[in-house]
Design a protein around this ligand. Structure first.
Ligand code: KIV
Length: 275
């Protein structure tokens, strides 16, 4: 997709290369979105990146964490989001155990997101240990979004979700991870739940845009889970979540009103019925 040179209009849809080129020019917007209906809203709002995150496991499928999310789940929901997006870059999150077994397994599964689900990029959790896979993916034409810091697919090892990189050795490791992942070819990098000064240092150290979540204001872009932003998920939310709406309360009120109207006979009215 080429840039319109006359108007300098944005390429449509966004490509990983075009978005990566915006580092230092403007902040990138990204939302984690899981279904067609809300992906349309995200795309129409001009959000740059529609990430089909494996937070799907909690928000849509009712699991306690991301570990049970399958390739079939992710392919289905990525395709639903991709059908809604005209301009947003669609990124598919590779689920737990879809890439950890071997580079060949990761390549095969990542390719399915592009060939079968309409994604333009895949996201992979992990640092220096993912270098071989990221190199293989990018060498085979599959753009990669890295993900370092708090990596929720490691919950069994971590024990609980907590801020990463608070100690000097941890911070150094994360900086090394960021460098390794981007040197291997990742063209966008999610940094989750790290202290703001460390995220700032990582952002300055790598050539690709960083997308922060719980990583302070100095990343090249921000991502939130759409259901958190809209106030659909129950409280308490993590500290970094800002609620831009309270749809949960609104939905509760609407459902109570519907229930009362049906019980009283106020719904449906004559003009809501067929003669
Ligand atoms: O699964 C997800 O939604 C994510 C983002 C929050 C980065 O990984």
């Amino acid at each position: 997709m080429s840039t319109n040179l006359k108007t300098n209009a944005a390429p449509k849809p966004w490509t990983p290369v075009a978005l990566a080129g915006l580092k230092g020019q403007r902040r990138l917007t990204c939302l984690s979105v899981h279904d067609h209906l809300t992906a349309r809203l995200v795309d129409e709002a001009g959000i740059d990146i529609a990430l089909v995150g494996d937070s799907l496991g909690m928000t849509v499928l009712g699991f306690p964490n991301t570990l049970p999310v399958s390739m079939a789940d992710m392919l289905r929901h990525t395709a639903a989001v991709a059908r809604a997006c005209q301009t947003a870059l669609v990124v598919a999150d590779m689920p737990f155990m879809s890439y950890q077994v071997s580079v060949a397994q990761g390549l095969r599964n990542a390719g399915r997101f592009l060939s079968q689900a309409g994604a333009s990029m895949v996201k992979i959790e992990g640092g220096a240990g993912r270098v071989e896979l990221i190199s293989a993916l990018t060498a085979n034409g599959i753009p990669v979004m890295g993900h370092i810091g708090l990596t929720p697919q490691s919950i069994a090892a971590l024990g609980r979700y907590r801020v990463q990189g608070r100690t000097a050795p941890e911070a150094e490791q994360l900086l090394a991870d960021a460098r390794a992942v981007t040197a291997a070819g990742a063209s966008l990098l999610v940094i989750e739940c790290v202290p703001a000064p460390l995220a700032r240092a990582i952002t300055a150290a790598v050539s690709c845009p960083t997308i922060g979540i719980g990583a302070g204001p100095d990343c090249d872009g921000q991502v939130l889970v759409l259901a958190d932003l809209l106030g659909l998920t129950p409280d308490p939310a993590p500290r970094f979540v800002r609620r831009y709406a309270d749809f949960r309360t609104q939905a509760q009120r609407a459902l109570a009103a519907y229930k009362a109207d049906v019980a009283s006979g106020a719904y449906p009215a004559e003009d809501e019925s067929y003669a």
